[in-house]
Write a protein that binds this ligand. Structure first.
Ligand SMILES: [Zn+2]
Length: 104
């Protein structure tokens, strides 16, 4: 755990109010929300690619006609979900690093 940041937001430079608390990186809630929104948008593309690739794979291998089709589709959704979590995490770090560099 990093030591608690005191001072203005590291991203936008806005001073924190009495009841506001910076996050572990010294960012205000508005800046953090902006990065989370941006990374969610960015993560949508790799998620769609992973899902479509897997979907194409099960269609191509003829598994869609099998009795276990539901299992394969559930697996595709689970895989896409994991891809989304990972992609959003990476996008979040990238966006935050870029924003932090720009203001130093
Ligand atoms: Zn801020």
């Amino acid at each position: 755990m990093a030591e608690e940041w005191v001072g203005p937001c590291r991203s936008c430079g806005r001073a924190f109010g009495e009841h506001e608390k910076p996050d572990a990186n010294g960012w205000c809630a508005a800046c953090r929300a902006r990065v989370v929104r941006g990374s969610t948008r960015l993560a949508a593309l790799p998620t769609a690619i992973v899902f479509l690739l897997f979907f194409w794979l099960i269609t191509w291998s003829g598994l869609l006609g099998s009795r276990f089709m539901v299992v394969w589709l559930a697996l595709a959704v689970a895989l896409a979900f994991v891809a989304f979590k990972v992609a959003r995490r990476i996008a979040f770090d990238l966006l935050r690093a870029r924003a932090s560099r720009a203001r130093v």
